[in-house]
Design a protein around this ligand. Structure first.
Ligand code: XMP
Length: 524
């Protein structure tokens, strides 16, 4: 799948906005935004040549952000012939600075990093800012800024700390913005990208997820040899279920879904998953009870990265044993999504590691299987769309995401039986109360976490020094950024009193009021 995007739509090449990757954490998110707008888009290395771009039906080019300084030695650059292609270019953050430097502007280190929300004053409402208010909140994350406007460019927006927060060379159709329109923290950010796609690049916007399904099934058929068998690691969530169904459509009974109970699942998960997946999809599903071995391996482990690696490795060992017993299985399919990839290692190796998601950075170097990850370029909402198109029931598509390492990454410090039980019971209460309040489907994830901090409480006439449970409920479009959910106080109170009443040894309940970034969604 990776790098084969051009063949996603059969027949003529789809119109496309290409995002050149200069190492931004959000580079891939930009391409996903254009896909949402109906314009095919992919993230490509910054070293791509104009020759390669000319082979595609490129309508627009984005120069992404990135952590470098444009004057630093070895700072990522681009093939200058791209500027001669006559295709509109929008530089975002580092991309703007590259364009500015290229056309004779001056970029300098500010000494202070402008990070977070900044008010943007828009001074020109043509093309890029059509139908955008005069004043919007934008998301900034940069250390350098443009000090001198490049020749032939004009300013179209400014912020308190960046006089040239958006610039344009209308004739050459070159644009640059210092802020990040792709993140939801920028008001009207999507409209700005829409303006770039439709007002400036004149895209038609006809790309949809339907062709993805057909192409994906065809690609899987071609990749898996006639006799080969595939294991699909199932978690019961929408990603692995969609992965399994796509593969099942391609190779039928040569697929076996394998559900590993590692003892760190949500309440009732095991029975629920097997029932729904077997009944709804008529697929081969096996369940492996691996509770003891996972929990044994995690004994005494505190470091989050270590926990994730142990879990990633143990999963692979279970698959290998089952393959010896039932196989051989040469392929392992996983429901890996793009955010797992970018946070684990960075998509192109230029962005930084945030944490090793168990199915990517947490895998051992030798896994003994060929990996099949048909959803690796997509985001959750895109997968939900595909899942619905495939007829996967709402019970699965609307389920909150649950991390592969399960409660292990929601338990801070050592994973003990007591903390697993607290975390599981408290999470179940959170979900029940959100469902009762009709809010479950409106938030991205809701769960409880527990660590080793304790606080005093009173039960009856006795004082106890119990656990502190922390609740996290967040709203997000794609897990790349997230905001804490402003739940009604009475709901929080109900959740808190149920947890302290129903979960033994819990005295305090706290609520997380940190957004992503800087916080991540899971505590570990
Ligand atoms: P973070 O915590 O990185 O989470 O902000 C982003 C999204 O990914 C999920 N997540 C994982 N999923 N394996 C997974 O399958 C993992 O190791 C993992 N870590 C985080 C998380 O629940 C959220 O939806």
């Amino acid at each position: 799948m990776n790098g084969t995007n051009g063949d996603r739509v059969s027949g003529s090449k789809p119109e496309e906005i290409v995002v050149l990757d200069f190492g931004a954490q959000y580079g891939h998110l930009i391409s996903r935004r254009f896909r949402t707008l109906g314009v095919f888009s992919e993230l490509v290395p910054n070293t791509i040549t104009s020759e390669d771009l000319l082979k595609k039906n490129v309508k627009g080019i984005i120069f992404s952000g990135g952590p470098s300084s444009v004057y630093a030695s070895g700072a990522p650059s681009f093939d200058h012939a791209i500027l001669e292609m006559g295709v509109p270019i929008l530089g975002i953050c580092y991309g703007l600075q590259l364009l500015a430097k290229e056309f004779g502007g001056q970029v300098s280190r500010t000494g202070t990093r402008e990070y977070g929300k900044a008010t943007l004053h828009i001074t020109d409402h043509k093309d890029l800012f059509v139908k955008i208010p005069d004043k919007i909140t934008s998301w900034m994350s940069h250390g350098d800024k443009v000090e001198k406007l490049p020749s032939e460019f004009e300013t179209i927006a400014s912020s308190d700390s960046s006089a040239y927060a958006a610039i344009r060379n209308k004739e050459k159709r070159l644009y640059g913005v210092q802020f990040h329109p792709e993140v939801t923290h920028t008001d009207s950010g999507m409209k700005i990208l829409e303006n770039f796609a439709f007002e400036i690049c004149k895209c038609k916007g006809v790309w949809q997820m339907g062709p993805f399904i057909e192409t994906s099934i065809e690609t899987i058929k071609k990749r898996i040899g006639g006799e080969e068998q595939v294991f699909c690691a199932l978690s019961g969530g929408v990603d692995s279920s969609t992965t399994a169904l796509l593969i099942h459509k391609a190779i039928g009974d040569r697929l076996t879904c394998i559900f590993v109970d590692h003892g760190l699942l949500r309440e009732g998960e095991n029975e629920w998953v097997v029932k729904i997946l077997k009944e709804s999809f008529d697929m081969k599903v096996i369940v492996v009870d691996a509770r003891d071995r996972f929990l044994d391996k995690l004994k005494g482990v505190i470091d989050p990265e270590h926990k994730r690696k142990i879990i990633g490795e143990e999963f692979i060992k279970v698959f290998a044993e089952k393959s010896d017993e039932m196989g051989p299985f040469s392929w392992l399919a996983q429901g890996t999504l793009y955010p797992d990839v970018v946070e684990s290692a960075g998509a192109s190796g230029t962005s930084s590691k945030i944490k090793s998601h168990h199915n990517v950075g947490g895998l051992p170097s030798e896994i003994g299987f060929k990996l099949l990850e048909p959803l690796r370029d997509l985001y959750k909402d895109e997968v939900r769309e595909i899942a619905s198109l495939l007829g996967i029931p709402d019970e699965i598509t609307k389920r909150h995401p649950f991390p592969g390492p399960g409660l292990a990454v929601r338990i801070i410090g050592e994973v003990t039986d007591e903390k697993v039980s607290i975390c599981r019971k408290a999470s179940e209460i959170v979900d029940q109360e959100l469902k009762k309040a009709d809010l479950y489907d409106h938030v991205w994830q809701s769960f409880a976490t527990v660590g080793d901090d304790r606080a005093t409480g009173v039960q009856g006439d006795e004082g106890i020094y119990g656990h502190i449970v922390t609740i996290r409920v967040i709203e997000s479009d794609d897990a790349m950024t997230a905001n804490w959910s402003k739940l009604p106080y009475d709901l929080l109170e109900r959740i808190s009193s149920r947890i302290t009443n129903e979960v033994p040894d819990v005295t305090w309940v706290t609520y997380v009021v940190s957004n992503k970034p800087p916080a991540t969604i899971e505590p570990q």
